[in-house]
Write a protein that binds this ligand. Structure first.
Ligand SMILES: [Fe+2]
Length: 563
């Protein structure tokens, strides 16, 4: 079976999920939150649509659901970008990074939810993080003013600035701040990293350039230890200037990528804008996601989820043949080109003093195709002493691999399976990366997506005590499967399903957050105060009036949400 067509054709909606198998555990608490794009069929890359947040209550009977139902609540985030699009869609045109508009570059905020002590943020690689109301999932404010972020990645003042950032900023639990990045373009098409710091309280961020921090793909993840930030060139997406100019895609991803370690206190002890150098390393294969252990007393230990031969720049196009020579399902046009090799995970120990690195463990298997996403315990104790790391693999999907990509990669690929292979949920022991437990999805029509770890709050932290929440997309209807984190190989202990076999479209990252929903009262950036001087005049009266309308509507809406 290929990727379910409902992954691109279904629509986001509120659902009251029902328990259809097993017993729902009493001790589970909190909510699982998911980021997703609205599937935008008018864009060349359908996953660059405006962001949706989905929130699943892990206790029944909440948010209006019946006592035996589980509330799945969704909302399109009404960012200034989304509101401007809604008000003047005719002025928005498809572009390589989503929409282009006379207002600037819309921030889709569609990739990852980021909880922070009861607050909730949504992120994207090409925009500032945005804060949302954790219950209504509506917009509250952008993180940091344009003035404090400094020059945008593409120059020029606009209502919607183009900031090339990261989809995965991190919250520093000891310094109580958010670390993220900004990238600026170099003459050769590479980008220069800047570290961005926000204390969560006001409208200003602090920015320091990393003078040797050059990336050629994207800086998709920021990770951290107690003392260090870990930045990397993800390497799984490279801009192709020829393609952006309308030609065929010819750029391929590299075999390895750069990693930079940067001391947090060196940044904080220096004036804003002071250039810093990171300690450079290389890592292979390329990697989208990586997670460092908090304790760095013996070096910086990082678990890399490699995306071997996963080139996110190749998207499925009309007229493509798939890896088996069949016409690509028209329903999958706009989806990304899935993995062309099994995925590796590794644990690497970096010594910033000696610049030595050691691969301490790695794992790659015949079933490890399409490493999708993972679940871990994000508490300080969990990051300090991680025990289990849970990874969802989707299996090989020849129907979502284009011949164009296979031909361009040529002998850089190993043999490809002749058919779809099952997905798996796998728990690895941290340190050795031995397989602790594995559950296989025999039905290749099951598209397993982003897992979240819900901790058992009464037991030791580290990913071994609690539950793994795993959404499963299928043309047969949406399910959420719940696993005992200590033994995922047992299969799900409980399964929730949509009441009438409704399908849910593609989702990206997930997170677990508490469900006490304490409102946080703090100063937030007002959209109207973020528009650079003179920009409205340059738009002309008609478009300026559209912006003024969105400013006024957001003032009313945000004030109502934060009372
Ligand atoms: Fe990601």
């Amino acid at each position: 079976m290929p990727v379910p067509t409902s992954a691109l054709s279904a629509r986001h909606q509120d659902l009251d999920l029902r328990l259809v198998e097993g017993v729902w555990p009493e001790g589970i608490r909190g909510d699982a939150v998911f980021s997703a794009p609205q599937v935008a069929t008018d864009l060349p890359f359908a996953l660059f649509g405006f962001g949706v947040l989905c929130r699943l209550s892990l206790r029944p009977g909440r948010h209006g659901a019946d006592p035996d139902r589980f509330a799945w609540r969704t909302n399109v985030i009404d960012t200034p970008s989304q509101r401007l699009h809604a008000a003047a869609a005719e002025t928005f045109n498809p572009g390589p990074t989503g929409y282009l508009s006379p207002f600037g570059f819309p921030n889709a905020a569609n990739t990852a939810p980021l909880p922070w002590d009861g607050r909730l943020f949504a992120t994207w690689d090409v925009g500032r993080p945005v804060e949302v109301d954790p219950v209504s999932l509506t917009f509250l404010g952008d993180v940091g003013s344009q003035r404090s972020w400094g020059p945008a990645t593409l120059p020029g003042d606009s209502v919607l600035p183009f900031y090339f950032t990261t989809a995965h900023p991190v919250v520093d639990p000891e310094r109580q701040c958010l670390w993220t990045v900004k990238q600026s373009f170099n003459m050769d098409g590479s980008t220069q990293l800047h570290v961005v710091h926000w204390d969560g309280l006001g409208t200003e961020v602090s920015v320091w350039p990393i003078s040797n921090g050059v990336v050629f793909g994207s800086s998709h993840t920021v990770s951290q230890t107690r003392e260090y930030l870990v930045l990397a060139d993800s390497g799984n997406f490279k801009a192709d200037p020829g393609e952006m100019a309308g030609g065929p895609r010819t750029v391929t991803i590299d075999d390895d990528a750069a990693v930079y370690l940067i001391r947090k206190d060196a940044l904080l002890d220096s004036p804003i804008g002071t250039p810093h150098e990171g300690t450079p390393f290389r890592v292979a294969p390329t990697t989208g996601h990586f997670y460092a252990c908090w304790d760095d007393s013996d070096g910086v230990r990082v678990l890399f989820e490699h995306m071997d031969r996963m080139d996110l720049g190749f998207k499925l196009q009309a007229g493509d043949l798939d890896a088996l020579g069949r016409p690509v399902d028209p329903g999958l046009v706009g989806f990304y080109n899935t993995a062309m090799a099994p995925s590796t995970i590794s644990e690497v120990l970096f010594d910033p003093a000696t610049q030595q690195r050691k691969v301490e463990a790695h794992h790659r298997d015949e079933w490890s195709w399409n490493l999708e996403l993972s679940a871990m315990d994000w508490s300080v104790a969990g990051m300090e002493s991680p025990v289990l790391h849970h990874v969802a693999y989707q299996g090989y999907r020849p129907g979502a691999v284009s011949q164009r990509a296979v031909e361009i990669y040529g002998d850089r690929l190993g043999p490809l399976p002749g058919e779809d292979t099952p997905g798996s949920l796998v728990s690895f022991r941290r340190g050795s990366l031995e397989v602790h437990s594995r559950h296989e999805y025999a039905d290749t029509g099951d598209h397993i997506t982003s897992p979240a770890f819900a901790p058992d709050l009464d037991r030791a932290r580290g990913g071994q005590h609690g539950w793994v929440v795993l959404p499963v997309l299928s043309d047969e209807g949406f399910r959420v499967e719940l696993f005992d984190a200590a033994d995922v190989g047992r299969g799900p202990v409980a399964v929730l399903a949509s009441p009438n076999r409704e399908c849910v479209p593609v989702m990206l990252h997930s997170a677990w957050m508490r469900d006490d929903d304490t409102p946080v009262d703090c100063e937030r950036l007002r959209f109207g105060d973020d528009i650079p001087e003179g920009v409205l005049d340059s738009l002309g009266p008609e478009l300026a009036a559209v912006v003024d309308g969105v400013v006024a509507d957001l003032d009313v809406a945000v004030a109502a949400r934060t009372v």
